[in-house]
Design a protein around this ligand. Sequence first.
Ligand SMILES: Nc1nc2c(c(=O)[nH]1)N[C@H]1C(S)=C(S)[C@@H](COP(=O)(O)OP(=O)(O)OC[C@H]3O[C@@H](n4cnc5c(=O)[nH]c(N)nc54)[C@H](O)[C@@H]3O)O[C@H]1N2
Ligand SMILES: Nc1nc2c(c(=O)[nH]1)N[C@H]1C(S)=C(S)[C@@H](COP(=O)(O)OP(=O)(O)OC[C@H]3O[C@@H](n4cnc5c(=O)[nH]c(N)nc54)[C@H](O)[C@@H]3O)O[C@H]1N2
Ligand SMILES: [Mo]
Length: 789
Amino acid sequence: MKEDKSKKGIDDKIAKEPNAENPYKLLDLKLTKVETWAAGVPAVVAAFSDLIEEKTLVRGTKALFKMNQVGGFDCPSCAWPDPDDERSPLGEYCENGAKALAEEATTKKVTADFFKQNSVYELAKLDDYQIGKMGRLTEPMYLPQNGTHYQPISWDNAFEKIAKHLNKLESPDEAAFYTSGRTSNETSFLYQLFAKEYGTNNMPDCSNMCHETSGSALRPTIGIGKGTVTLDDFYDTDLIIIIGQNPGTNAPRMMSALSRGKKNGAKIIAINPLPEAGLMGFHNPQEVNGILRGGVKLADLFLPVKINGDMALLKALEIMLIEFEKKNPEKVFDYDFIKEKTTGYDAFLKQFENYNLDELVALSGVAKEALYEAAEMIALNKRIIVCWGMGLTQQPNGVEMIREILNILLLKGSIGKPGAGVCPVRGHSNVQGNRTMMIDEKPTDEQLDRLQSFYGFNPPRKHGYDVVRAIKAMDEEKVKLLFCMGGNFLSATPDTTFTANAIRKLNLTVCVSTKLNRTHLIHGQEAIILPTLSRSDIDIVNGEAQFISTENSMGVVQSSKGILKPVSDNLINETQIVCKMAMATLGNKTVINWQRYHDSYDAVRDDIEKCIPGFEDYNARVRQKGGFYLPNAARHGQFITKEFGDRVPFTLTTVPNNELAPDEYMMATTRTHDQFNTTIYGLDDRYRGIKNERRVIFMNQKDIELAGLKSGDIVDLFNYDDDIERIAPLFIIVSYQIPEKNTVTYFPETNVLVSVNNVVKDSNMPASKYVKIKIKKHDPKIYERINRL
Ligand SMILES: Nc1nc2c(c(=O)[nH]1)N[C@H]1C(S)=C(S)[C@@H](COP(=O)(O)OP(=O)(O)OC[C@H]3O[C@@H](n4cnc5c(=O)[nH]c(N)nc54)[C@H](O)[C@@H]3O)O[C@H]1N2
Ligand SMILES: Nc1nc2c(c(=O)[nH]1)N[C@H]1C(S)=C(S)[C@@H](COP(=O)(O)OP(=O)(O)OC[C@H]3O[C@@H](n4cnc5c(=O)[nH]c(N)nc54)[C@H](O)[C@@H]3O)O[C@H]1N2
Ligand SMILES: [Mo]
């Protein structure tokens, strides 16, 4: 590696370290049985062992029983809703909710002394698992330019520094304000309000890497960028299709809803390259029955689609449905619905003259008989729910694929009715609420008009940067300051080396965080860490314990009140952080009474009510048991859009060309059972039979043999998008039940291979489940080739 003499200090030292952005070393992989059932006793044992490891058994257990209970706090993990009616006395949590809680309820602390003893340089050599296990952040910290160690800073001085940096930028658009999806409604509202009053719509958020694709597909077609079903719909429906989503790991409580639906007669089809345990069967750990015996078989039919073979699969199903309808006129399609509620049906039908069923079947990778079976299940049933996750949204044609799903539902008249509709399964516990609160780089004129008329300032109208555009703007030095409200920007985003270098160009990075993470260690010229309260912490404002509110995957807004004593007296809540930053930055230029918001969540909610439709009587209704549903016209069969009036369009889409060179493979990056995004709880992926290693690559046995490799071989992975060599060294091959030419690895380790230009059309999300790679036997000299720009 050449030395750049022009740079000094710590950044330079890290820049010479080949693995500071993404350290790599192999552990001691053990393969265990691949599970075909999810949850059950091991899940309960795993949940409690995490609490023990985090030295928080009593605190954690006390908190677990309050989690997702009426009057308790909302699980910080996923956005799956709580039942409206009865909640399980054994607890409404799952193994992964318990792990998420253990992470934040930990009594381990990262103090000023810790930073004094550990330089940023040394910390950056640790992997994400080790960094995350250091404990909760306890006081604000500051890293001066060329500094080697973070040092304590008072809250006031921290805000003064941030204000000074913000005020010296040539334009407000030189700042970007990132949000991760745990932030409450109240904080989100104030945060976007501050960014707008300051003068920018640069609000990249985790949705830009998650469900932006779903919003982009649904908003212009059904009139709302959210799902249309509620939990009750799952309990009484005919058919549930789960495509590109892994509920056993990422939304475990969804399995209770699925099994209740099944008991009431629903069938399930799962479409996924991997036979995920949570799609196949479920033992409910919350029911004595589930722990001791039995359990419910989930998928009636599993379609092992090729990565990105979904479009071909959906079109093949449509051809089969059209044939069924021809043979059984008016039995398969809902012509009343098609006539009254849709547009474009004739053109939709006509397109199939150009498609060949057998070709589509081959592209999907699924056997024709299995597809017929699926088509038959769709043909024979009327009420269908389709759920999807990152398997679709992180594909280059994700927007089109979701619209193709919609086409099928339109044929069946299966949306906007009980037991029928679309269900994009959200990720972060309040990611949906963030968007409702206008955390959005492209707010609508209606939204801005309402803010303008209530507050009286002119919010900026120009759209801001999303995540991918923000990274590029940072690289081009158009953005000079990155403020992160939660999250772990570097580890979550694509093209790790490129992004790390873009971050290093910034004047200042500020992270509001609960735990130490990589974005604190690969930073701008100056860096500030602001520690904050988490969901489960008691939040006292003006002497009184407060609650915040969130919106779940099904549009229910409810309160959340922490119960644990914070690990430090020097933590303030996120809302207060925003208010203090606003007061320090805007001074007497502001037209908003930030002190009032600082002192009272009720005041924030009162004003949200005035600016965002659906929040009438917010303070009263959020205090009701179970909260309240936001309006959702599509749920009730009203689909209002500017372009199509009150009709939903059939969308004409195309089948992508997924051809690969002989030595190329398609890679999807996914989560293990032991992580929450970039927070690594442990090193196992229990359901997939992986123990004590994350640097694995799942491959089909035939591919392994064809490449002259064998299971257990150590390989390096390469991507060559944009004619740049991207390298992820040191992965172990695991032979797995996965379609040929397809591979799966875990993020964030393989984000380094995802080009920042590999994005989803229309939503501009990283297409991190569609990465073309090459695989070569590990070369010990590979490190010399790692290009650090
Ligand atoms: N415990 C835990 N819970 C979580 C999270 C976590 O990290 N840990 N993350 C949260 C967040 S932010 C989110 S967004 C959600 C994510 O939850 P999911 O949407 O389930 O996300 P992933 O695990 O990334 O991948 C989903 C599935 O897509 C499949 N897949 C990959 N490529 C394709 C394809 O081409 N076609 C099809 N049909 N399937 C494909 C993979 O095999 C995998 O089973 O979970 C949330 N909940
Ligand atoms: N290759 C690849 N990349 C992906 C994905 C993928 O499937 N493949 N998935 C993408 C998806 S779906 C998402 S949503 C993003 C996630 O991206 P992010 O939301 O940015 O990442 P997280 O790992 O969830 O953030 C973890 C950090 O949040 C902080 N934190 C936790 N709780 C709180 C809190 O209550 N308040 C505050 N202020 N901070 C808190 C902690 O410090 C922790 O280190 O990653 C994306 N990246
Ligand atoms: Mo997500």
